[in-house]
Design a protein around this ligand. Sequence first.
Ligand SMILES: N=C(N)NC/C=C/[C@H]1O[C@@H](n2cnc3c(N)ncnc32)[C@H](O)[C@@H]1O
Length: 423
Amino acid sequence: MEAEKEDEDEASPEEYVALSDFIGGGSDQLSFSSGDRLVVHSKPSAEWWWAALQGVPGYVPASYLRLVTAEEEEEEEEDVSSEDPWQDEEYFGSYGTLRLHLEMLSDKSRTETYRQVILSNSASLKNKVVMDLGCGTGIISLFCAQLAQPSVVYAVEASSMADYTRQLVKQNGCEEVVTVLQGRAEEIELPEQVDVLVSEWMGNCLLFEFMVESVLQARDRWLRDGGVMWPSSAALTLVPCQADSYYTEKMAFWERPYGLDFTPLQPLAQQEFFTKPKFSHLIEPDDCLTTPCDVICLDMYTLQVRDLEEMKGQFHFCVEKSGVFHGFTAWFTVHFESLEAGGAAVELNTGPDSEPTHWKQTLFMLDRPVSVCAGDSISGSIVLHRNPVWRRHMTVTLQWSINSSTEDTDNCQAGTKSFPMWR
Ligand SMILES: N=C(N)NC/C=C/[C@H]1O[C@@H](n2cnc3c(N)ncnc32)[C@H](O)[C@@H]1O
């Protein structure tokens, strides 16, 4: 084994494709997005390899990578457009492994909220027909069978996890109620319309992955008139914020490392660290410069797939305390209306005033921080523009103008910046 390993170390660089996103911890780990191509130069251990992404070197977790096959390379020579715009192979490939399901199931706030929805609607769910879209391990379907008496739950799952989901349904004695169907929700056939369409489809910044499109298509095809969507509505919330520790870590660091002036690297740092949003950011409530505001609201009964191409929101924030405006932070809230008329809705809020979730929040860093004073206003717009080619991706464009509260009116600073998520 040792000899073989040494041989591998000397082997020529190989091209691998990333099966899902990875955010590198520490300075020598490389971050990358699902679908990225990495050149692996050496494999010092089974777990960590030394690789480069567009020339930037770093350690990468071997388990996230798949070797690019000779056929794929040939195919690329022939016809680049053969790439699936939905990247279903990588997407459903990543959901065929436990890593993401473990992350979601370990998210108590998320999973307990869905449990609470089922529990608080238990009586009304009696004899109802339910569809669980993208059921994963089937947790929501099992809650339905365990905490209520629906007549049937169609648990739809496109990835290879579906085989295990069937075993989990049987293992927990729910096979009378829960039927697992493997396939894409847009393509599978159900034997009947459903009374309730429940799904946990929310991605970073609410929409990334655009699984919501599948939910809308299933709604239009399988939800009976008067049926209920869970979630029933969703809102994207935005706030101008400080992000001093992140700014210090990625930008100010280059000012005086070990007494040296590394500031010529700052344009590189801005390009590498502030061009894309920082997902899995944890904003402190104190970092909010103003009261947060819902900038985009989605009604899951009326939202259309075509609406997803471009969603706009306006904002007008009043700065409540002086500080440094480093950027904007976004998160989302979804609501689950009660099956009983007038019953209380259940809410899942992924913002800084709620229990942290695996989504955390998303930070959009400006190129240059701006000092602001209480009384200043920050107004502008946010546009979520779906990627016309890569259908699970979008670009978030923020446009803002800062109006100073002090009298010199020419002190109006304006800016705009587009952030790809992630292509
Ligand atoms: N909440 C987020 N972001 N993802 C968590 C949920 C993702 C799960 O839903 C499945 N899924 C996604 N889209 C479809 C579809 N169109 N048809 C069937 N199953 C699907 C994935 O394979 C994951 O198991």
